[in-house]
Design a protein around this ligand. Structure first.
Ligand code: UDP
Ligand code: MG
Length: 343
């Protein structure tokens, strides 16, 4: 809802095609030679897929012609993920490990990894091979053309259940409507970020890190590269519907205050209706005389009004709770150990 009067930003998120032409002329090409690439992977209980993940990644990295670091963030795994990562870091200088003190959640883990990365370009990627590492070669090509953000755009969601697809669709419709941003429904966290974008991201101090929103908020020249998102290679998704619901609330509340303000409008409409009803009632009594008052209709009105008030209070609580979190100013994550870093 454009109540803030601000124009929608970041419309230029064209997906690989003719629409990108006007922007393309303004692009300043880069060269990959001598540049460094950081691959950033949040990991929570991913021991089962680690070997396959590194094998696929290795095959891609070799052909890039860039110096590569792989920053793995262990987000409080309860399986052998951390041990396996440490072993790997000992054998392979490119592998660096940030071990968080507990499970802080994917968004925090990703933030920790991005903070620790030093590359000229940074690629966040999931460990479960749902983000095909082969796409990184394409990302780098687009980055060389001059794009600052190259995101993977899922060209179909057939690997998701129909319910997840429907809820995702609904979420993006609502999000894009109530916020001043336009985030492409097809984009996830899998993308390439230029160092400049990373530095801009690091200046956003908020604790509530809805990364997709933050990626869009910083702007820059963005482009999507279509791909088909496969099923998780092994292991289990950490995101059930309850967690997705909370995630959706986080996203909307941190980029829009429309849910708060809507009650002003509803309250106003309610007040007008009440006045109209009161007048109608007075006229009715004057014309027809007094009748036995309806208990049922009265109860309905009271209960409905009460329920609406409760919802309004709940929405207020969502914001006040988040405000409280931000005000406390606690760090987004706590690192227990860093392995393989020079600094
Ligand atoms: N992840 C994490 N911390 C968490 C949950 C997930 O670091 O608390 C990582 C996980 O290891 C994976 C990525 O975030 O690399 C995506 O998680 P998942 O595959 O469970 O999510 P989905 O693909 O189902 O949305
Ligand atoms: Mg996954």
């Amino acid at each position: 809802m454009g109540w803030s009067g601000a124009a929608k930003v970041n419309r230029a998120a064209d997906i690989d095609g003719a629409a990108a032409e006007p922007a393309a002329r303004a692009l300043a090409p880069r060269r990959r030679e001598g540049k460094r690439l950081s691959i950033v992977t949040p990991m929570h209980n991913e021991a089962e897929v680690l070997d396959a993940f590194f094998a696929r990644l290795d095959a891609v990295i070799g052909g890039l012609g860039m110096e590569v670091e792989i920053v793995c963030v262990d987000d409080g795994s309860r399986d052998s993920t951390l041990g396996a990562l440490m072993l790997r870091a000992m054998r392979d200088r490119r592998v660096k490990v940030v071990a968080l003190a507990r499970n802080f959640g994917k968004e925090a883990a990703l933030t920790a990894g991005i903070d620790a990365s030093r590359g000229d370009a940074v690629v966040p990627i999931d460990a479960d091979l749902q983000d095909p590492p082969e796409l990184i070669a394409e990302f780098v090509k687009r980055w060389e053309e001059g794009y600052d953000v190259v995101y993977g755009a899922r060209s179909d969601r057939s690997s998701d259940t129909p319910l997840k697809r429907a809820t995702a669709f609904l979420f993006y419709r609502v999000f894009n409507y109530v916020s001043d941003l336009d985030i492409p429904e097809s984009a996830g966290d899998f993308r390439l970020l230029d160092r400049q974008v990373v530095e801009a991201l690091k200046r956003l101090p908020e604790r509530n890190r809805f990364m997709k929103g933050l990626f869009a908020w910083v702007g820059f020249r963005q482009i999507g590269v279509p791909y088909v998102r496969p099923q998780r290679a092994a292991g289990e998704s950490s995101f059930g519907y309850l967690r997705l619901w909370r995630f959706a609330l986080d996203g909307i509340t941190s980029f829009s205050t429309a849910p708060l303000r809507i009650w002003t409008a509803l309250g106003f409409v309610g007040a007008v209706l009440a006045v109209v009803a009161a007048v109608a009632l007075i006229v009715w009594v004057m014309v027809r005389g007094r009748e036995v008052p309806g208990y049922a209709s009265l109860m309905v009105a009271i209960l409905l009004g009460f329920a609406i008030q409760m919802i309004a209070f709940g929405v207020l609580g969502e914001y006040v709770g988040r405000l409280y979190q931000e005000v406390k100013g606690r760090p987004i994550y706590v690192v227990r150990e860093r392995i393989g870093f020079d600094d």
